[in-house]
Ligand binder design. Structure first.
Ligand SMILES: [Zn+2]
Length: 474
């Protein structure tokens, strides 16, 4: 996953959450209310007040830089050179958790039943505000093996620099506050959607703010609102069972592969009925074992996408029915497994704009001055739609996400520089959040306001996407 650098200008940056004409009409009231809300937040005022000269903040940021320079950049390089795909990141997690333990964190492994999921709490934690830092570490699944073409390898070190610097600061000054680090595996994989499982296991309970960094080819931040980088997604596996037979007497069997082929054809036919923004793409994961045996088991794996979750549910029903129709006509049976969902998250300008100002201050390159589209700071939307937070994306490569070029840049100056910028900006924002109660109240008010408007938006969409009545044929 990555933060898409897609800018859709529709008068105000806030409106960019709505990607289809239907959504924009349905969201008209919501967009107006969001614009009113944003006016009361006084984001530019907060950017101005918080980012002025502050020796105490500079000291904490300098500590994060020192940690990066001394050890953490090199640690990122090491993880880059030893890529591990999602849910198998054993070596990477051992390196990260060893470091956290050495710096006063207590580590709990196996969170939500995930071998490589962990939560690390600073032993000196006392009370709120609760600052959370998300780390990722999985590599991409490439045809030549795992590779860090999305630079998750250095997200861990970046987050740890900010977490350690802030934890030490809170302890040294006896200021109220806690730092918790979340090790979230398999960002590039479903199932499971690790952050969703960890959220359901209450791992994120009590957090007041969460930060996370991600690689990018342009320094950017999200506009305020709700949205996702890459549409709302249902991951669905369709498994067909039939009966085996000799190729010479196929009528004695029931062909599960034929059912999969019908499923693909049925979906292609439906593309004429789907709203045009629909994206449905699948692969065949099982298609039989030998040409002379009628396959009695076959499976297809689909990502079904739409800009909003409300119409996505209608698409899902049509695709599920396409699978049922395929089973019915071939005399096979189908099992439908919706193994994962990615949904809209919430972005708040009071965090993103302050974070962005710090990205620029610490030397971010290829800066996109206009905000990108609204999106949560993590890919599932589960955490980012319920807990305020910010994503940090300073330029770390000249190549696009998920490429060998981006992996090469992870080890180069452009990568190292961007990682350092992310770590410093993340630390500075956490410092401001921890030390300014009125700022925290503003962030909460903005987040709660957008959260309520999101509910209103979903309601409006539900009224928009009516299903026509269909009579019995005469
Ligand atoms: Zn990613």
């Amino acid at each position: 996953m990555h933060r898409t650098i897609a800018y859709i200008f529709l008068g105000t940056a806030i409106a960019a959450a709505q990607e289809t004409p239907t959504e924009r009409v349905a969201a008209h009231d919501v967009v107006r209310k969001m614009a009113d809300l944003e006016k009361t937040v006084d984001v530019s005022g907060w950017v101005e007040r918080l980012t002025v000269s502050n020796p105490e903040r500079d000291r904490v940021v300098a500590r994060a830089k020192q940690l990066m320079d001394a050890e953490l950049i090199a640690m990122g390089d090491d993880i880059t050179r030893h890529p591990e795909i999602g849910f198998k990141e054993k070596r990477s997690v051992a390196i990260l958790t060893d470091y956290l333990k050495q710096h006063g964190f207590e580590v709990t492994m196996g969170v939500a039943g995930l071998d490589t999921g962990f939560v690390a709490r600073y032993k000196g934690n006392h009370g709120a505000p609760n600052l959370g830092v998300i780390l990722e570490y999985d590599a991409l699944r490439g045809t030549q093996g795992a590779f860090h073409g999305d630079q998750h390898s250095t997200q861990g070190p970046i987050g740890m620099a900010a977490a350690v610097a802030m934890a030490e600061y809170l302890e040294r000054t006896h200021a109220a506050g806690s730092v918790t680090v979340f090790g979230t595996p398999g960002e590039e994989m479903m199932p499971p959607a690790a952050k969703t499982d960890m959220y359901k296991a209450h791992a994120f309970d009590g957090m007041d703010v969460i930060v996370r960094s991600h690689s990018t080819s342009a320094s950017t931040r999200a506009a305020a609102g709700f949205g996702t980088c890459c549409l709302n997604i249902d991951g669905v596996k369709y498994t067909f069972s039939g009966a085996p037979a000799h190729q010479m007497t196929p009528w004695a069997g029931r062909n599960a592969l034929e059912a999969v082929i019908h499923l693909f054809n049925n979906i292609d036919t439906l593309r004429g009925t789907f709203r045009p923004e629909t994206r449905v793409q699948g692969i065949v994961t099982e298609g039989g074992a030998a040409p002379n045996v009628v396959p009695d088991r076959a499976q297809a794996d689909f990502y079904i996408r739409y800009p909003d979750a409300i119409y996505l549910a209608q698409v899902r029903e049509m695709v599920d029915n396409a699978a049922r129709a395929a089973a019915l006509e071939t005399g096979t049976r189908v099992k439908i497994d919706n193994y994962g969902q990615l949904r809209d998250g919430i972005s708040v300008a009071s965090l993103d704009e302050v974070g962005f100002a710090y990205l620029k201050r610490y030397g971010a390159t290829n800066v996109m001055e206009e905000p990108g589209k609204p999106q949560g700071y993590e890919e599932t939307g589960t955490v980012s739609s319920e807990i305020p937070g910010a994503g940090f994306s300073a330029q770390t490569s000249t190549f696009a996400n998920h490429t060998y070029g981006m992996e090469t840049d992870t080890l180069a100056e452009i990568g190292h520089h961007g990682f350092l910028v992310d770590a410093q900006a993340m630390t500075a924002l956490l410092f401001d959040f921890a030390t300014h109660p009125e700022y925290r109240a503003t962030v909460k008010r903005e987040f709660d306001g957008i959260h309520a408007l999101f509910g209103e938006y979903q309601e409006a969409l539900r009224k928009t996407y009516t299903v026509p009545p269909v009579p019995e044929p005469k």
